[in-house]
Ligand binder design. Structure first.
Ligand SMILES: NC(=O)c1ccc[n+]([C@@H]2O[C@H](COP(=O)([O-])OP(=O)(O)OC[C@H]3O[C@@H](n4cnc5c(N)ncnc54)[C@H](O)[C@@H]3O)[C@@H](O)[C@H]2O)c1
Length: 429
C-alpha cells in the first residue's frame, strides 16, 4: 500500500520504517528539513535499537523515502498517518496544533479517497475535529475517512513493540476504512480491538494512566517499606505472581517520566475535568510522582546534610534506559533540584550527553562513569542502564571521596557493595 507518515519522530519513524519493511511504499514526512536530510542518508536522529538497520534496509529497497514535501506525499498515498507530537500546553491540555496543521495540509492536498489514521495521542473527540477540518475544505469533493489508531510502542523496544504489539486498536465507524487498516496490519499477528473513535482515543489515555498509577502505587509502597523495614522488591515479586496484578511496572524508583506518562496523565485529568469529573485518583498519582523525585534529593540531604558545595556524581540522565529521550526525565528534574541546593554535579549518561548539554547547564559532563565519580561524596544512580551494573566498583570506590551510593533504580547489589565498604541506599529496601 502507499503510505504517508506525517511527523518523523519516535513514533513516525518507527511506523514508517516498519511499514516499509512489511512491503509498503512509505513516505516519511517531516517539516524539519535537516532531519529529513539526515534520514535520507540513513542516519537516524534518535537512539532506538534496531531502527537504523531497518531504515537503511527501507532506503535500499526504495520502499522508504524521507521528504519535507508534504503535498507530494499526501497526493501519492492512500493511507496517511498522523504522528506529530501533542505536548502539554500551559493549561495542562494536549496541544493539538501540530495535528490541526497536518489536517489542514491534508485538506489542501487531498486528491482522491484517503484513510487518515491518527496515531498521535489526542483527546477524545479529536478524530471528529480532524474530520471537520478536512471536510470544511474538501466540501464533498473527495471521499475520506479518519480513523483513530493509538500507538503503544515503548521507546527502547519500539521496533519490536510495533511489529509484535499486545493489541492493535482501530477506532472507526466506517467498514471501508476498517477493512483497509485490517489488511495493512494483517502481517502483524495481534488481537484487533475494533471500536468507535472515542473509545479508541480513551483506550490510549486510560492505558498510560493505569501504568503510571502502577508506578506511583509501588513507589508509595516502597516508601512505606522503608519505614517499616520491608523490601519492596520482595513485595513486588509476591504481588506480581498474582495474574490480576502482573510483574510489569512494579519497579520502584525515582518516579516516572518521559514524553508520554506525565503529559498523558495531565491531559486525562483535563479531559475528565472538562467532562465534569474530578479525577482525584490520577491527581494523586501525579503528586506521588513529584514527591518521589523530591524524595531522592531528600535522601541525598540525609546523607550529606546541606548540599551546598557538595560534589555529587549522577549516572544516567534519560528517563529510562535504552533511549536518548530526555523529555520530563526524573534524572534531569533531580539534577536540577540538587543544583538549586548548591550541589556541584559531575554527570554521565551512555547515550544522551550531547542532548543533555542544551538542557542541564552548570554541571561537569564526564567522559565515562569513572571520571564522573572522581572526588565526589555521593554517587546517585538515576537511570538503569545496563552499563552501570557491570563496572569495577572497587575502582569506583577508590575514585570517590566517600564511598556512598544512592541507587534510585535498585539495580545494584547492596550486599556486594556494602562488603566493599560502600554506604548503599536503594528505594524501598
Ligand atoms: N514517544 C513515544 O514513546 C510514544 C509512544 C506512543 C504514542 N506516542 C504519541 O505519538 C505522538 C508523537 O510522539 P513522538 O514521541 O514521536 O513525537 P516527536 O516529537 O518525537 O516527533 C514529532 C515529529 O513531528 C514533526 N512535525 C511536527 N509538526 C509537523 C508537521 N506539521 N508536518 C510534518 N512534521 C511535523 C516534528 O518535527 C517531529 O519530528 C505523540 O502524540 C505521543 O504522545 C508517543
Amino acid at each position: 500500500m502507499k503510505i504517508a507518515v506525517m511527523g518523523t519522530g519516535y513514533v513516525g519513524l518507527v511506523t514508517g520504517a516498519c511499514l516499509a519493511d512489511l512491503d509498503n511504499e512509505v513516505y516519511c514526512v517531516d517539516k524539519e528539513e535537516e532531519k529529513v536530510r539526515m534520514l535520507s542518508q540513513g542516519h537516524i536522529p534518535i537512539y532506538e535499537a534496531g531502527l537504523e538497520a531497518l531504515v537503511k534496509k527501507g532506503l535500499d529497497s526504495l520502499r522508504l523515502k524521507f521528504t519535507s514535501d508534504a503535498p507530494m506525499a499526501i497526493r501519492s498515498s492512500e493511507i496517511i498517518f498522523i504522528t506529530v507530537g501533542t505536548p502539554t500546553t500551559e493549561e495542562g491540555e494536549a496541544d493539538m496544533s501540530a495535528v490541526r496543521e497536518v489536517a489542514e495540509e491534508i485538506a489542501r492536498n487531498i486528491n482522491g479517497y484517503k484513510v487518515i489514521v491518527n496515531k498521535s495521542t489526542v483527546p477524545v473527540g479529536s478524530t471528529k475535529i480532524v474530520e471537520k477540518i478536512i471536510q470544511k475544505r474538501v466540501d464533498g469533493q473527495f471521499e475520506f475517512d479518519v480513523v483513530s489508531n493509538p500507538e503503544f510502542l515503548r521507546e527502547g523496544t519500539a521496533v519490536q513493540d510495533f511489529l509484535h504489539p499486545d493489541r492493535i486498536v482501530i477506532g472507526s465507524d466506517n467498514q471501508r476504512a476498517i477493512g483497509i487498516l485490517t489488511e495493512l496490519y494483517q502481517p502483524i499477528h495481534a488481537p484487533l480491538v475494533i471500536t468507535d473513535p472515542s473509545s479508541a482515543e480513551m483506550i490510549k489515555y486510560a492505558s498510560n494512566a493505569f501504568l503510571a498509577t502502577k508506578v506511583s502505587f509501588i513507589n508509595a509502597i516502597a516508601n512505606i517499606c522503608e519505614a517499616v523495614g520491608a523490601d519492596v522488591r520482595e513485595v513486588a515479586l509476591g504481588m506480581g505472581y498474582d495474574k490480576r496484578i502482573g510483574f510489569e511496572f512494579l519497579k520502584s524508583g525515582p518516579g516516572f517520566g518521559g514524553s508520554c506518562f506525565p503529559k498523558d496523565c495531565r491531559a486525562l485529568i483535563d479531559i475528565a475535568s472538562k467532562a465534569g469529573y474530578h479525577f482525584h485518583l490520577l491527581e494523586g498519582v501525579m503528586e506521588v510522582n513529584q514527591e518521589q523525585m523530591k524524595l531522592m534529593v531528600e535522601k541525598a540531604r540525609r546523607r550529606l546534610g546541606s548540599l551546598k558545595g557538595k560534589k555529587i556524581a549522577i549516572w544516567g540522565l534519560t528517563f529510562k534506559a535504552n533511549t536518548d529521550d530526555l523529555r520530563e526525565s526524573p534524572a534531569l528534574a533531580i539534577a536540577s533540584m540538587l543544583r538549586e541546593e548548591g550541589a556541584e554535579l559531575q554527570v554521565y549518561d551512555p547515550i544522551a550527553m550531547d542532548k543533555a548539554r542544551d538542557i542541564l547547564k552548570d554541571v561537569i559532563y564526564a567522559a565515562d562513569p569513572y571520571q564522573a565519580v572522581e572526588g565526589v561524596e555521593l554517587l546517585m544512580l538515576l537511570t538503569d542502564w545496563d552499563d552501570f551494573k557491570w563496572l569495577d566498583f572497587k575502582k569506583v570506590r577508590d575514585l570517590m571521596a566517600q564511598p556512598s551510593i544512592i541507587d534510585a533504580r535498585n539495580c545494584l547489589d547492596p550486599l556486594t557493595l556494602r562488603r566493599m565498604g560502600f554506604l548503599y541506599e536503594g528505594v524501598g529496601r
